[in-house]
Design a protein around this ligand. Structure first.
Ligand SMILES: Nc1nc2c(ncn2[C@@H]2O[C@H](COP(=O)(O)OP(=O)(O)O)[C@@H](O)[C@H]2O)c(=O)[nH]1
Ligand SMILES: [Mg+2]
Length: 235
């Protein structure tokens, strides 16, 4: 791989904020591109205990979670891993890290709220999800996908209630407003303001896979959350 096209942010003049942001995003996207399928499990206790920071992606079915993960990792086959028969209700882990050294985990949790699912499955899902979100020790950040045309659903609210104590203790939280291309500029700003009020101090970003909006911002945020020491060094 050739390097040097993306100097580290710290090497750039401090006045050149745009260039520094672009360089940081390039590093973050290069890192996300290393995502590799690691393992899948129907329940938390089948997952390996890991030390590296884990970032979990959650959201109702059809919110755009798979598309967002594929866009951020620049890989079409990742969502395929989560779509294999029998795995759609599983917790899927992907390892991230340059030079084959895993420095973070990306977790794809099952989508929820799909009407055709039997009630017993929905209850089982809620238990698996709650168990993971409350007790996964290396969980560092949660990314909640939300289609701004629908806003937060009842299950999103339940999830927010579940994670609130951990967010108050420092767990990072990001709401990604997906399919932003479906909204006008005015609607986007309105959705952003409303969600900022609802996100309880968490971050909120507009995102569109088709218009390639918000990709750099989300990628950079995830990179920073997974590499807190590097951020301090550059500060
Ligand atoms: N217009 C638009 N459609 C999107 C975007 N992201 C996802 N979709 C569509 O929304 C639907 C659900 O997306 P998917 O990623 O499968 O959602 P998931 O069920 O949350 O994994 C699909 O038809 C996607 O093509 C986006 O950024 N813009
Ligand atoms: Mg999906």
């Amino acid at each position: 791989m050739t390097t040097n096209s993306n100097p580290p942010a710290s090497a750039l003049p401090s006045t050149s904020t745009d260039a520094a942001d672009k360089a940081a995003a390039a590093i973050a996207l290069g890192w996300l591109h290393t995502a590799k399928f690691l393992t899948t499990a129907p329940q938390l206790h089948f997952l390996p205990a890991l030390e590296v920071p884990e970032i979990a992606f959650v959201g109702r079915s059809n919110a755009g979670k798979s598309t967002c993960i594929n866009t951020l990792t620049q890989q079409k086959q990742l969502a395929f891993a989560s779509k294999k028969p029998g795995r759609t209700q599983h917790i899927n882990l992907f390892s991230l890290g340059k030079q084959g050294v895993t420095d973070a985990i990306l977790t794809d949790l099952p989508g929820y709220g799909y009407a055709a699912v039997p009630k017993s499955d929905k209850i089982r899902w809620q238990q698996v999800m709650a168990n993971y979100l409350v007790t996964r020790e290396n969980l560092k950040a949660i990314v909640l996908m939300c289609d701004p045309r629908h806003g937060l659903t009842e299950l999103d609210e339940i999830l927010l209630d579940i994670v609130r104590p951990r967010v108050e203790e420092g767990l990072k939280f990001l709401v990604v407003l997906t399919k932003a291309d479906k909204l006008t500029r005015v609607e986007q700003n309105k959705a952003l303001s409303i969600m900022k009020l609802q996100a309880g101090g968490g971050e909120v970003r507009l995102f569109s896979a088709t218009k390639r909006q918000g990709i750099d911002e989300v990628a950079t945020l995830l990179w920073q959350w997974a590499h807190p020491a590097a951020n301090q060094a550059n500060a």
